[in-house]
Design a protein around this ligand. Sequence first.
Ligand code: GSH
Length: 131
Amino acid sequence: MATGSDEHQPKLKLYSYWRSSCSWRVRIALNFKGLKYEYIPVNIMKGEQHNPEFLKLNPIGYVPVLVDGDLVLSDSLAILLYLDEKYPQRPLLPTDLKGKAINLQQLNLLLDRYEKHENSSLKSSLGNASM
Ligand SMILES: N[C@@H](CCC(=O)N[C@@H](CS)C(=O)NCC(=O)O)C(=O)O
């Protein structure tokens, strides 16, 4: 799963599940920016997010996780903001302050609504009837 042409770009690793919307947004950003990355599948439907090796990376047991050298990031918004600053080609956010603020507002409003539908731990604590 590699795109882009920069031979000198350090190897990024993405732990991801194909049906996870949190992971989609990171994969979209990586591909939009033309960044090469190693794709490591974590099947959250089979419970692979609870494997001890994965929990060492992200003790919360969620995907996506991005590894860039010694940095491990385990939240899609943090990953997007990090990628946008580190790899400024094809920016994800507007560069003017007001435009950026409005985009972040929309993003967080959307994330608030989506995430509660995707997390098995939240589902089991709330019960299926409430989802
Ligand atoms: N705030 C995190 C949320 C990550 C998240 O909710 N990941 C879900 C898939 S979209 C997950 O890994 N769920 C595993 C589980 O429910 O056990 C982000 O935006 O990356």
